[in-house]
Ligand binder design. Structure first.
Ligand SMILES: O=C(O)CCC(=O)C(=O)O
Length: 380
């Protein structure tokens, strides 16, 4: 018999407390700091390398947080009512229903759509605990919004954030490339689990494989996150190659991995999380919202020429032209940001230096380049 949401919250409370204590003792949090040469401060590089994630505090300021919250709350209001529907709850065309890839993924409240199934290339072997929501819950709730840069201008502007792009350069080199973008939504008492997994599918067996091969994701927190609603990571697993996730949970009588720790964030904090780290999140039986704006970056050498395995099993070859075209979203994000925050010094993205006029955020490019840009995502 499944637990009710209230029972689940009580049952998991001690694990959440222990995880929080452990997370706060790791030494992997603080403001973004660069050296005089423009690299990341060595303590940050060390802590990110040791843990597989780093919490950058106070990155997104209130004015920008308000833009992001307003746009995402409007998007949730305009989401389709089911995964198959093209209309929202008001009977209007759902946001982005005219795009090639439908932006919204909905699921059962507090559910686990992928754990213990073969979905997503079988990368989520463990089924998470699925509590019953309290009261009058909807049948379906939005879990993920994909392709954020063509439907949410505030996300496009965040994508051009100069300090975050400088971090991407410090970790992946100045010729870094995009990955993809998604917003994860965990409504209070309704948000579904994301079962334990490592993101990558492509280069595990490569002779050149190392801890940075599959890049990282930024996760910007609009409302902060707690042990109850945030992403958990098993520190150090990004250095271990493909991990047997069953082994991490075996013998513990539940899906609660003892060595895992939660990301603990205030609003405006941005987590950098290695895609190779084992991570996941539990059903959100807490009273708090979590909305994470996610966007990732790769080393160019991991992408150009790769035969990438996608989550649906397809294999796609990434040639230089696709990578260059997809990378234009970085330049367009920088310009979109400059229009909103003209006093900020913009990041200079070296692969497209000198092409600024071609990569303005204007109506022509909104149609020709931004719309359906995610058909060229660079998943590995
Ligand atoms: O936000 C979450 O709950 C999960 C995020 C995640 O698994 C990812 O970005 O790969």
């Amino acid at each position: 018999m499944s637990l009710t949401a209230r029972q689940h919250a009580a049952d998991i409370a001690e694990y959440l407390n222990m995880g929080t204590r452990n997370a706060l003792s790791l030494g992997n949090r603080g403001p973004i700091r660069f050296t005089e040469e423009g690299g990341l401060e060595p303590e940050i590089v060390e802590a990110y390398g040791r843990c597989g994630f780093y919490v950058f505090t106070g990155v997104v300021l209130e004015e920008e947080l308000e833009d992001l919250r307003a746009e995402i709350s409007d998007a949730l209001d305009r989401a389709p009512t089911t995964n198959k529907s093209t209309v929202d709850k008001h009977g209007n065309p759902a946001l982005g229903s005219d795009l090639t890839i439908q932006p919204f993924l909905l699921g059962k409240p507090l559910g686990d759509p992928v754990g213990g199934t073969g979905r997503n290339a079988g990368r989520h072997p463990i089924k998470m605990n699925v509590p019953e929501p309290e009261g009058d819950a909807p049948d379906q709730v939005v879990q993920i919004i994909f392709g954020t840069l063509h439907i949410l201008d505030a996300c496009l502007r965040l994508y051009g954030h100069p300090k975050l792009l400088q971090v991407a350069e410090a970790i992946n080199g100045p010729d870094f490339t995009p990955f993809n973008e998604a917003v994860f939504v965990k409504q209070p008492g309704l948000g579904a689990s994301v079962a334990w997994h490592q993101d990558p599918t492509t280069h595990w067996e490569s002779p050149e494989w190392d801890e940075g091969t599959h890049g990282f994701n930024f996760m910007a927190q609009l409302y902060g996150c707690t042990a109850a609603n945030g992403v958990w990571v098993v520190p150090g697993t990004h250095r271990q190659g493909k991990v047997d996730i069953n082994e991490l949970t075996e013998g513990h009588g539940s899906e609660r991995i003892p060595a895992a720790v939660p990301m603990i964030c205030d609003p405006g904090d941005v987590v950098m999380c290695n895609r190779q780290a084992v991570h996941g999140s539990f059903a959100n039986t807490s009273p708090d919202w979590r909305v994470s704006v996610g966007f990732g970056f790769h080393r160019r050498s991991s992408i150009v020429g790769a035969d990438a395995k996608l989550l649906n099993g397809d294999v796609v070859h990434y040639d230089e032209q696709r990578v260059n075209e997809r990378s234009r979203m970085i330049a367009i994000g920088i310009d979109a940001r400059q229009q909103r925050f003209p006093d900020e010094v913009p990041y200079q993205y070296q692969p497209l230096a000198g092409q600024e006029d071609r990569n303005r955020f204007n109506e022509a490019n909104r149609h020709a380049v931004v719309r359906n840009y995610n058909l060229r995502d660079l998943h590995i």
